[in-house]
Design a protein around this ligand. Structure first.
Ligand SMILES: *Cc1c(COP(=O)(O)O)cnc(C)c1O
Length: 387
């Protein structure tokens, strides 16, 4: 008898051998600048909760009130029994933050990307995608059935050459990029991408997952940061990072949103976002708009950390970053894992990110508005003892 599942164990062995094996670690208590990791208090540099809102009393109160009024489950998809006034309010708030005509809320950012890309392009179309794009953008592209060409990271010149070579052979064209690259922390060259999109009659989709609430004068993201809010484009994002809740969104023209409500399968055929998540995200957007000092503090912490690294650890290789995501490169997965373990022993939570997630192994640091200088000093001191 042969075992048709035997390959799974062999595959796991291979994953272990390459030091690519991953497993979960348990966090207890409320999220924040420090957390309980497997029962021990650590300084948290592993969170996407940039503004410290996931543990904010106001979000929790809003979520509890929504549960008391509407219950826990949405009970159906938005087009059937799941739609609530609360969803509409959140969509209005997102559109106002993003300065777009309308917005649509999905159950996650991953689903927003899958649904939007598959609705916008198909077999007769072309996708040009940054090679470092998030998994949800890559899989959305594959699912769409369009021809996919990946261009080297942020390489506008190559992108232009590909557009010149291929654009005329396809019906529609969609350029896809992260705005803040999630595993590197650098920014897409948005103004140049917008120019190329215009020149080659192409749509442009930017994923603002890590930039919403973080970049731009009012926290609208990379599009605002570059002064491009007036341009037509497809803006995607998540409520699960700086907004401290759960769910994804698309923001853009009224026509785009109307079309997606009719054509995005991951919106039509899935249950509406829960009342608690919806209310928490809505409360978070209000805070993002009313408390710019959180963003100011976040960027102050980023500068403090970067300056300290430059002064105290000139030999460490920092990847280029224009965001609160700051990566220190290591020559192998084994070295990065070792550094991650040493940090953990010293009471610091900062994960090693390895292939296949990224091409080169690194320790990825996420700075939060709620970190103190003492937290950041401790991180840098720990790196010093490792050198
Ligand atoms: C986290 C992330 C997503 C997924 O968002 P979720 O709401 O967590 O599903 C999508 N795109 C990028 C760039 C991300 O970093």
């Amino acid at each position: 008898m042969t075992d048709p599942y035997a390959w799974i164990e062999q595959s796991l062995t291979t994953i272990h051998r390459a030091d690519w094996y991953r497993s979960v670690q348990t966090i207890n208590g409320r999220p924040g600048a420090t957390v309980l990791l497997e029962g021990r208090e650590v300084i948290n540099f592993a969170s996407n909760d940039y503004l410290g809102l996931a543990g904010d009393e106001r979000l929790m109160t809003a979520a509890i009130a929504a549960i008391q009024e509407f219950g826990t489950g949405s009970t159906g998809s938005r087009l059937l029994s799941g739609h609530k006034q609360l969803h509409k309010e959140l969509e209005r708030a997102i559109a106002s933050l993003k300065q777009t005509e309308d917005a649509l809320v999905f159950s996650s950012g991953y689903l927003a990307n899958l649904g939007t890309i598959t609705a916008l392009v198909g077999k007769r179309d072309l996708i040009l995608a940054d090679e470092y794009n998030h998994s949800s953008l890559k899989n959305g592209a594959i699912l769409s059935g369009a021809t996919i060409i990946e261009y080297p990271h942020a390489d506008v010149q190559t992108l232009k050459c590909e557009l010149q070579r291929l654009r005329q052979n396809y019906r529609r064209c969609l350029i896809i990029t992260d705005s803040i690259f999630s595993m590197d922390g650098d920014l897409c060259p948005l103004p140049a991408l917008l120019d190329l999109a215009q020149e080659f009659n192409s749509m442009l989709l930017v994923d603002e997952a890590h930039a919403t609430g973080v970049l731009g004068k009012t926290g609208a993201g990379c599009v605002e940061h570059f002064g491009c809010t007036k341009h037509q484009l497809v803006q995607i994002g998540t409520m699960s990072k700086a907004l401290g809740s759960l769910g994804g969104y698309v923001a853009g023209s009224a026509n785009l949103i109307d079309f997606l409500r009719n054509r995005a399968p991951t919106w039509i055929y899935t249950t509406a976002l829960s009342p608690a998540d919806t209310a928490a995200a809505l409360a978070a957007i209000n805070i993002v708009q009313q408390e710019p000092q959180r963003r100011t503090q976040l960027w102050r912490n980023v500068d403090y950390f970067k300056n300290l690294i430059k002064q105290q650890l000139p030999n460490l290789k920092l990847l280029p970053s224009e965001s609160p995501i700051i990566c220190l490169q290591f020559s192998s997965a084994t070295d990065a894992l070792k550094a991650g373990k040493q940090l953990k022993l010293a009471g610091i939570f900062a994960p090693a990110i390895r292939p296949p997630t990224v091409p080169t192994s690194r320790i990825r640091i996420s700075v939060m508005a709620t970190h103190t200088e003492t937290h950041i000093d401790k991180l840098v001191e720990t790196f010093q003892t490792m050198n």
